[in-house]
Design a protein around this ligand. Structure first.
Ligand code: FMN
Length: 228
């Protein structure tokens, strides 16, 4: 059996497990993107992705927060934006949207098309250095805690976030990753970003389903000790 076909079967199994265990979302995605030959989304991170939202919950540190909060996020289709806004509401924090200079169209995001922008970027990591409108946040130094959110793309953080992370100094800041996905867990996506950043006190993150409710997000913020 060809590798791509095997990978597709594996993903179908993951999606089914997600639905059975309640990790699935019933979101509008008809399935979860799946590609072979990813250097960062290899088999081991794929299996970590399976149901690892539970793992993230279990190992999460309760940080407790004081000081100013910034919620940075990238969102291609609005799901992560909604979660980011709920976090900002619950914490009383500010938001900053990561915006690619060339926004992703629906065609660009079509992971089932081998020739789409995301597919090409996925297959060739050198194409993932997405240029952003800006990486500069006004009064960046004034923030003590940065929540950073992204959709999961092939088991890792959507790569426009990489550019933001590589171009900012997180020294002295607590950083809390969060993501939305159809069914995959947050896995080691936050750790990969922490490695790229090289600075900041990065915490275990949290995964939300694509259609997460405001109260679900508010409960998490409260649990962390960041509710205003
Ligand atoms: C290119 C691409 C790859 C994706 N890969 C995954 C994946 O590996 N696992 C998963 O559960 N969902 C995957 N999804 C679904 C998104 O993570 C999910 O729809 C997310 O909530 C989108 O967030 P946004 O609306 O903020 O862009 C993928 C979506 C796209 C467009």
């Amino acid at each position: 059996m060809k590798r791509r076909k095997m990978a597709a079967l594996l993903m179908a199994a993951i999606m089914t497990m997600g639905l059975v265990t309640g990790c699935g979302t019933g979101s509008t995605e008809s399935g979860t993107a799946n590609k072979e030959n990813s250097s960062s989304a290899n088999i081991s991170s794929e299996s970590k992705g399976t149901g690892s939202s539970t793992t993230a919950n279990e190992s999460k540190k309760t940080t407790g927060g004081s000081g100013k909060v910034l919620v940075v996020y990238y969102s291609a289709t609005g799901n992560t934006k909604a979660v980011a806004e709920s976090i900002a509401d619950a914490t009383g924090g500010d938001t900053f949207e990561i915006e690619p200079k060339e926004p992703y169209t629906n065609d660009d995001l079509n992971w089932t098309d081998d020739n789409s922008r995301v597919s090409k970027e996925h297959d060739d990591e050198s194409l993932r250095d997405v240029e952003l409108k800006t990486t500069t946040v006004k009064n960046w130094e004034s923030y003590d805690t940065v929540f950073i959110g992204y959709p999961i793309w092939w088991y890792v953080a959507a790569w426009p976030v990489n550019t933001f992370v590589k171009n900012n100094d997180f020294s002295g800041k607590t950083v809390i990753p969060f993501c939305t996905s159809a069914s995959s867990g947050i896995a080691d996506s936050g750790q990969l970003l922490a490695d790229m950043a090289g600075t900041g006190d990065w915490q275990d993150g949290e995964r939300f389903s694509s259609g997460a409710s405001e109260s679900e997000v508010a409960d998490w913020v409260k649990e962390l000790g960041y509710a205003k």
